[in-house]
Each structure stands twice: as C-alpha cells, then as structure tokens.
Design a protein around this ligand. Structure first.
Ligand code: C2E
Ligand code: CA
Ligand code: CA
Length: 732
C-alpha cells in the first residue's frame, strides 16, 4: 500500500496528519506550486506528526479531503485509492462531482451547505473507476485549514452491509423452506430456550410456533427420559461441542417418533456460546425399515425365533463372556424325531403350525438371557448361559433344563381333530472348553445329536471327546471314499435267493469296499457316509451297472436269474433317478424285469407322494420293486396298498428268533398273511438254520436268503458256480 502512494507528495500527508489532529496551522502550500524537498521535510516532522501520518496512511477507512470552494479532491488515503480504483494522481485531479452521482447543481448546494453547517452524514451513490456505482455512507466534516475551507470525507461502503443483509434474508428463507426441522436456542440463557423453529419442525412435532417459543427442546421427550443418548447430548452441551443423537420423541398428539438430532454451538468473538443450532429429522420410517431388515436377517420368519446367524452371534458373545467371567453354559441342538412323517401326512400348513407351537414351548422353558433358535427345517438350537463355574455342574443343570424341554415337546398337540405327539433328539455341549469357535461348538452339539438319533431318538447326549475321534475318522473316511469312487475300489458280492428245495432263483448284490490298507470294508461301515456326502449316487450307479452286466452274462444260461440291487434313499430321491437307471439298462441291453430294486421305508420319509411317483415310474420301466428290511421302519401294513411293490423282505431281526419267540412268530405270520392277501412275494432274510427253514416253510414262505443257503460271495465266484453244473446246496 505504501508503495502505491509513495512519498512523492509528502506535504499532503503533513497536511492530513495535522488535519486529523485538529492542528490546522501546519497546512502550507507554496504559491508557485513547487513542493518542498522530501528530505528536508521529513526532518521537520515531529514523532507525533509521524504517528498521525501513519495512522491516516494505514487507516482502513476510506478518507478524502475536498476543497469546499470547488469540490476538488485535494487528498486521498490508501484505502480510498483501493476503494475507488483510480491512481493517486488521477484521484487528485478529480472533483467530487465526478465521484458522486448527484447532479452538478445538487453538488453545488451540498458544498454550500457544508460550508455553513460544518458537518453532516449522508447516503450517496459513488462511482468507482470500474464504472460500478455503490451505495455509501459519507460522513462530512468541514474544517478550516490555513484560511481554506476544506471538508474531510469519510466514506463507508454500504454494499457489503447490503449483501450481508441480503444473505441473512436468504438464510432465513432457506431455514423456513427447509424440509429438515431447524431450531435455534439461546445459548446465553441457562435453560437454552428456543428462539426459532422452522415450519418443518412445527409440522414434524405438531406444535405451533407459540407453543415452542421460549421452551427447552426437552418437552419433545414427554416423560421418556431414560434414554442413553440423552446422556450423550447433555455431555456435549456441557462441553460446548457439537453432537448427533437419535432420540425417541413425542408429537403433540402423543405419538412417538425417532428424531435424529444434531446440535452445533455458535460462538461469539470472545469464544462464548451465544446460540445452539439444531437440525431435527423424523427417521421413524428408516428405523422401521432397518428393524424389518434386521428381523429378516436375524429371525426366522415362521416362528419368530432367532435364526442360525443370530444364534451363532449370541453364542459368540456368550463364549467371550463365559471365558471372562469363568462360567460355563450349554449349547444344544434339537431335531424333532418324527416331524417329517407328520408333515407329509398332514401337509405343510399343519407342519408350520406345529413348528410355531414347538417354538413357543421352547421359549416357555427358558430363563431370561437364554436363547431358543430355529436353525432350519425341524432343527432348533438352545443356548443356556451362565449355568455354573464348574463344567460338570453346568452339564447337569443343562440336562435338567433340556429334559424339561424334551417333556414339553412330548405333550400331545391337537391339530384339528387329530392329536399329535412328537419327540425330540437332543445333542448338547458344555462351553467353553478351550478356544473353540462358535461354529465348532455347534458342530460338537451336532455330533452329539447324531449319537442321540443313533441311540433310538428321544434322547439327550452330551458331546464327549471320544466323539471327536469319531468325527475325525469320518472325515478321513469321506476323503478315502472319494478316492475309492475315482479309482474303482468297490467289489460286488452276490448272495443267492433260493426256493425251499435250494433252487437259485436270483441274487442280492451286496457291495464291498476293497480298501488299500484296511482290506475288505463291509457296507454298513461306509454306506452311511456315502449317503451323507452324496457319493452314494455314483456308487449306486456303479453297482447297478455291475448287476446289469452280470445279468447279461448269465443270460446265456437262460435260467431267468434276477439280481436285486439296494437303492439308498438319497439315490432314490434324485430327480432323474428312473431315467438314469433306464439308460443303464438300455446301455447294457438286458430285460428290465431281470433286475430288482430293494428300497427301505426311509425313502418315504420326506415325501410319500413323490416316492410313490418314482416307484410307479420304475415299475412302468419293468423293474421289480422290493421293500427291504420290512417291519423295522415306520410303515404299517396299511401303507402297503399304496405302494407299487412286488415283494417284501422280512427283516432278519424277526426271522432270527421266530422259531422260538411267539411274538416274533406272530409278527412273521401276520406279514406272510397280509402279503398273501395283497399278492406280494415274500423273501425271508437271514435264514441261518434248518429250524428257520422249517418254521418259514410251514407258514407258507417260499423264498429264502441267508447263510444257510449261501453267504455273499464275489460276483465272479457266483457266476463261475452257475456256469458249472448246479449243485443243490441243501443237499450238501
Ligand atoms: P441288507 O440289504 O439287509 O442286506 C442283507 C445283509 O444281511 C447283508 O449284509 C448280508 O450279508 C447279511 N446277511 C445275509 N444273510 C445273512 C444271515 O443268514 N445272517 C446274517 N447275520 N446276516 C446275513 P451286508 O452285505 O453287510 O450289507 C449290509 C447292508 O448294507 C445291507 O443290508 C444294505 O442295507 C447295505 N448295502 C449293501 N450293499 C449295498 C449297496 O450296494 N447299496 C446300498 N445302498 N446299500 C447296500
Ligand atoms: Ca437288501
Ligand atoms: Ca434287508
């Protein structure tokens, strides 16, 4: 700024300084218009003069000195030069009329007025070098300096103020128009009363402006003061910090809504809070949507119980808590024993009703803090927390509660006119035992559940370390089994089915696994794993093809031998099972009625009508169907008429004691009688002795299978025996 003005006309400054200080006599101007030398003059200025000069020079206020005789500008300070935009020299060659927009005669009158009145405050419009015209407030003070009538003009730019007023007005409009609730509270009063609330706020809360004016915002909480977020809000106000909270608020009509509030303090120049500005937004809809999503994500929609994810979540947090507090809990999984039958028989609506009923029974057995969850299907889970510091005691307490749950599930349930009774198998595990993850705990409970089911259902088992070995063995077996499928380690054995006189009429194919290290593994050791892993599908197809090929080979002997193959439920339920079997029959090129399929009652569990449809499809292919292990499953004799089967196989367990045990004898007799009535063939399994043969023959049984007539032998051996002249085994 100093450079802009320079020291080229220092006498002006001297003049001004004295002018400002009211020391008029210092004004001096040589008549010839030649100014004194700079150096000389500076020396003539006192310290006080210099201070005044500096003061004028650096004053931010626009100041001019005008000669009242002709309106000429005789001095201008740095602020004036910046404001008007003309160079210093130019400005000093101008008159006020070139700056002030008033007409020349007005200007003449003004100068005359000032000459008499000495001072006055005016609103003018001044022209700038840029051509812009701005509103100014001009303070004019007339003075006499060395006999000249001059006027000190102090100019305030009003356009800034105007702009500020305008933006204030705009801000106010914006606040009024905002869809978000806006409030301003007086921060200097202890109770922070509202001094402004916009229409959106009033609409959201249902109050009028008068009803909210002067009140603290807490009236929105009614009596609902016990909200943790309120503490956050209070703490922020105490510290004078901005904050954001979500509060349960109430409208004037008493209805609740979720209010998302932000407050921000406004400070004055001294750093004291003058106001609080608040935004308030009704987010009830968003909250409801969030709650809905949460319910979908964490709760089972049928029973409203927590789902697997939430169960694992709670298990995880409880696990951490138990470790910290040195206490034990119990996690359990429940599987309803006969739900599937019931669901099939009564339809899915009844099934749903039943699951809901079970859910409410589970919950009524639990203490607060415990969890009942639905994992899926008819599988539930229970979390019993904080039972005891001692693991064994926790297990005992857990068992008591789980027994109570088991009993409550057994209470018969009337659905429509029918009473249903369910039982449940339970697998449980005490936690924590180490650093296991929640999923591991659930896995252990499942292992224990398997034990319960194997033990005849309606049982509670706890996970034991020994079961872990079992699980480990299973994992190994699964891996080995996959290799076995790929490298063809299976062998087909055949066991003859004979008439009373020993004539072989067919054979049952029984699979063996030629394990590279364990030797010959019996089917019961690996079929269940193959079933669970789905490997049974490949294995089943392999043995069926083997059976067909053997039939093909024996065709030459024209003896009509039929080979029966066991079909596992999983294989049977496969969507295109009949088609795939038909393809194999055709590929090998045999007559379909020369193969039979043995199925157990387990294939009906899931979906009876689908099972019957599959059976009909197989039957229409010409394949003979045989119901295996008859008497051990759920199906009653009355079931039989629905099924397109040709044959029953009486389970070995009934045959075993039939000659000596009257109960078993009666059962075998009943089966034979019904079979005769329904025109079904019967094969007696597990015929081991002549006593068995005699007993069965005398009750009208015609076909036998068992060690007495022949053990399962490798297929090649069986074929070789057929291909040699036949020997009557019963004669041997
Ligand atoms: P299953 O279908 O009931 O087969 C009859 C089982 O009884 C066979 O056991 C057979 O060796 C045995 N057995 C036959 N006669 C006698 C006897 O007089 N006394 C005694 N104590 N047992 C006798 P195996 O071969 O161990 O097969 C066991 C089960 O494994 C079979 O029971 C069947 O359910 C299943 N299985 C066998 N092969 C296959 C297969 O290829 N696929 C499928 N899915 N399951 C198979
Ligand atoms: Ca069988
Ligand atoms: Ca059987």
């Amino acid at each position: 700024m100093l450079e802009l003005i320079g020291w080229r006309q220092p006498i002006d400054y001297v003049f001004f300084i004295y002018l400002l200080a009211g020391l008029g006599p210092a004004f001096y101007r040589p008549p010839n218009g030649v100014w004194a030398q700079k150096g000389k003059l500076v020396h003539t200025l006192s310290i006080r003069d210099q201070v005044f000069r500096q003061f004028f020079e650096s004053s931010p206020t626009v100041a001019l000195v005008v000669d009242l005789a002709d309106g000429k500008i005789v001095a201008a300070n740095a602020a004036a030069i910046t404001f008007y935009g003309w160079p210093h020299d130019t400005l000093l060659s101008m008159t006020m009329s070139q700056i002030n927009t008033m007409p020349p005669d007005g200007m003449a009158k003004l100068l005359a007025h000032l000459n008499q009145a000495k001072s006055g405050l005016f609103h003018f419009q001044h022209r700038l070098a840029s051509g812009e015209v701005v509103d100014v407030e001009s303070s004019n003070t007339a003075i006499e300096v060395a006999g000249r009538r001059l006027c000190l003009v102090i100019v305030h730019d009003l356009s800034e103020q105007k702009r500020a007023e305008e933006s204030l007005w705009l801000a106010r409009r914006a606040m009024d128009a905002s869809a978000t609730g806006l409030t301003i509270a007086d921060g200097r009063q202890p109770d922070l009363p509202l001094i402004y609330a916009n229409p959106a706020f009033l609409q959201m809360t249902g109050y009028t402006r008068d009803e909210v004016q002067g009140r603290n915002c807490r009236f929105l909480q009614n009596d609902d003061r016990n909200q943790p977020e309120l503490d956050t809000l209070r703490a922020a106000i105490k510290k004078g910090q901005p904050c954001e909270v979500i509060l349960r608020n109430y409208r004037k009509d008493g209805t609740a809504f979720w209010n998302e509030i932000t407050i921000a303090p406004v400070f004055d120049a001294a750093g004291l809070i003058t106001h609080y500005i608040g935004t308030q937004k009704d987010i009830s809809d968003r909250k409801a949507a969030e709650a809905h999503v949460e319910r979908l994500a964490y709760f089972d929609s049928l029973t409203d119980l927590p789902n697997r994810r939430l169960f694992l979540d709670r298990l995880a947090s409880n696990l951490a808590l138990s470790i910290r507090n040195d206490t034990h809990g119990v996690a359990a999984v429940l599987d309803l024993d006969n739900f599937k039958n019931l669901n099939d028989a009564e339809g899915p609506d009844m099934g749903d009703l039943l699951l809901r009923e079970i859910a409410s029974r589970l919950q009524s057995c639990l203490r607060e803090g415990d969890t009942a969850a639905r994992l899926g299907g008819d599988e539930f889970a229970i979390l019993l927390t904080n039972l005891s510091a001692d693991g064994t005691t926790a297990a005992q307490l857990g068992r008591t509660i789980l027994e109570r749950i088991g009993k409550s599930i057994e209470v018969p349930l009337a659905l429509g006119s029918i009473q249903h009774q369910l039982t449940t198998s339970i697998g449980a595990v005490v936690f924590p035992t180490g650093k296991e993850a929640p999923a591991d705990i659930l896995q252990k409970a499942n292992t224990a559940l398997d034990r319960s089911k194997a033990a005849g259902k309606n049982t509670i088992s706890y996970f034991e370390a020994a079961m872990q070995d079992h699980v480990q063995r299973r994992v190994t077996m699964e891996r080995d089994l996959r290799t076995a499928v790929e490298s063809g380690e299976f062998r087909m054995f055949l066991q003859p089915q004979v008439l009373g006189n020993g004539t072989i009429i067919g054979a049952e194919a029984l699979i063996r696994w030629q394990h590279p290290t364990k030797g010959l593994v019996p089917p019961l050791d690996f079929i269940p794993v193959a079933e669970e892993t789905g490997l049974i599908v490949d294995i089943g197809e392999w043995i069926f093809r083997q059976a067909c090929q053997t039939v093909k080979r024996l065709e030459a002997w024209n003896n009509g031998l039929r080979i029966a193959v066991n079909v596992s439920p999983r294989q049977f339920r496969m969507a295109n099972f009949p088609t795939r079997m038909a393809a194999i029959i055709e590929e090998v090129g045999i007559k379909p009625h020369q193969v039979a399929m043995e199925v157990t009652e387990a294939v009906f569990f899931d979906n009876l009508s689908h099972a019957v449809a599959t059976m009909n499809e197989l039957k229409s292919l010409g394949v003979r169907l045989s119901l295996d292990d008859f008497g051990t499953g759920y199906s009653s004799l009355s079931y039989l008429q629905k099924l397109p089967i040709a044959e029953l196989k009486i389970d070995r367990s009934f045959i075993k004691d039939a000659p000596t045990n009257p109960n078993d004898a009666a059962l075998v007799e009943a089966i034979l009688a019904v079979a005769r009535q329904r025109k079904l063939d019967v094969v007696a399994e597990g015929v081991e002795s002549v006593k068995h043969v005699d007993f069965l023959k005398s009750r009208g049984c015609r076909v036998f299978q068992g060690y007495y007539f022949g053990r399962p032998v490798p297929a090649e051996e069986f074929v070789a025996a057929i291909e040699k002249p036949q020997v009557d085994p019963s004669a041997g």
